[in-house]
Design a protein around this ligand. Structure first.
Ligand SMILES: [Zn+2]
Length: 285
């Protein structure tokens, strides 16, 4: 396949502002039901944006969100986007037992499939929390019927990442395709370029320069990920959060929507399943 004409994968991790790992020491899951959710409205706005720009996207969605917003789940599939799993309750795999991980992933797949009426084939671990300590998660994913995962980030980072893991889509020995978050090589180190945080921080021209460098360096599809709360400048501020978390979470929220429109216009996008369909099928042979 000609890599230049190949689409890139547009992905959204569907969770609310109070689910993010950076705030998990401040807001506990027992508080979630008493907070007014914003994820439904924000994700509906995102679907509008994608539809207006002829972009199909993959929505890695929490089971928690499916319970709170079943109409959103239906809309994602009815309008031709891909529904995938982000687990049930945004717990990092590094903080759960094997049995808890199985239950968290299975429950999310079950509720997403019940509401959508479609098989859920893709998975993204919360905070890319698959690492050397829990590679058995890939076996769990195969057992549960997933055909691909996008759960690893080969960078050095304080919260996640395994720097020496593969940078590109690879068949795991367990028989599942793993599609890592994209990186560029700079001074011998992998630099992450896949996500919303740096995209919000940097001016668009710089993000575009980095994406161009990735595309010409690697000849691989580019995968972008972000969250519905990143287009929501009006979200309540979590005052007690650590300064670093606040900087990461709140920088340039107001500018995200405009940058997304540039990103959608400058590249060709599709769902993760469609972009990697050939590799996924080769994996399951
Ligand atoms: Zn997440």
């Amino acid at each position: 396949m000609d890599s230049i004409k190949r689409s890139n994968a547009m992905t959204v991790d569907v969770e609310d502002y109070f689910h993010v790992s950076a705030f998990d020491s401040i807001i506990s899951p027992s508080d979630w039901s008493s907070i007014t959710p914003r994820v439904g409205d924000n994700t509906h706005r995102l679907i509008d944006l994608f539809n207006e720009n002829n972009v199909k996207a993959t929505f890695f969605t929490l089971g928690w969100v499916a319970k709170c917003c079943p109409d959103l789940i239906k809309r994602i599939v009815d309008e031709g986007h891909e529904l995938a799993s982000h687990g049930s309750n945004h717990r990092r795999h590094t903080s759960m037992s094997e049995a808890e991980i199985v239950k968290d992933i299975k429950d999310s797949k079950d509720i997403l499939e019940q509401i959508s009426g479609k098989p859920v084939l893709g998975y993204r671990a919360p905070s890319f929390s698959i690492n050397e300590s829990n590679e058995y998660v890939f076996d769990i994913l195969v057992d549960l019927g997933f055909v691909y995962s996008s759960s690893t980030y080969p960078i050095e980072h304080d919260l996640y990442g395994v720097p020496n893991w593969p940078r590109f889509a690879n068949k795991r020995k367990e028989g599942i395709l793993e599609i890592p978050i994209p990186t560029i090589l700079k001074n011998g180190k992998n630099k992450g370029i896949g996500g919303g945080g740096y995209f919000r921080l940097f001016p668009y021209w710089l993000s575009k320069k980095r994406i161009e460098a990735y595309l010409s360096q690697t000849k691989q599809p580019y995968n972008f990920y972000f969250h519905p709360w990143e287009i929501d400048p009006g979200q309540p501020r979590v005052a007690k959060a650590p300064l670093k978390s606040k900087l990461r979470h709140y920088v340039n929220l107001h500018a995200m929507e405009k940058k997304l429109k540039y990103l959608m216009a400058d590249y060709q996008w599709d769902t993760m399943f469609k972009v990697y369909e050939r590799e996924i099928k080769e994996c399951s042979k």
